[in-house]
Design a protein around this ligand. Structure first.
Ligand code: ZN
Length: 132
């Protein structure tokens, strides 16, 4: 969580994004990706960086377990675009947004599928995130 938040904070005021890799249900690696849109309202991972990240997963035998991105100025809820552009429906989507009362990132996890979203519970352990 700290790695993701640090990356997303560094990307402000724009949306930030990245991939989560591991095995089974345990996330072990955060792969931060540059936002090619450089926009506070949209994100699209830079193609080269995304390909490099996927190759790194393959090389290490990791699975793509999650994708994450930020909403720098809105709540941690999937937008219509997020639901329509859910390219990895098997992966959990973690959205970092701004809570109504301010005070830093708030994370929510979802399974996104074309046009719909379902909340997912995350379990935080000392050094990893597991999806339930
Ligand atoms: Zn979004």
């Amino acid at each position: 969580m700290a790695q993701m938040q640090a990356w997303l904070t560094a990307e402000l005021p724009n949306e930030g994004c990245g991939l989560l890799a591991g095995n089974g249900r345990q996330v072990r690696h955060v792969l931060a990706l540059p936002n090619a849109e450089r926009s506070p309202q949209r994100f699209r991972a830079e193609a080269k960086a995304q390909v490099a990240a996927m190759l790194e997963l393959d090389r290490n035998g990791w699975e793509l377990l999650g994708v994450f991105h930020s909403h720098p100025a809105s709540p941690a809820q999937p937008s219509e675009t997020d639901q329509l552009q859910a390219y990895y429906p098997a992966a959990v989507s973690i959205i970092f947004g701004q809570p109504a009362n301010g005070g830093g990132w708030e994370a929510q996890a979802f399974r996104l599928q074309a046009g719909s979203s379902r909340p997912v519970q995350l379990q935080l352990t000392n050094d990893s995130v597991a999806s339930a």
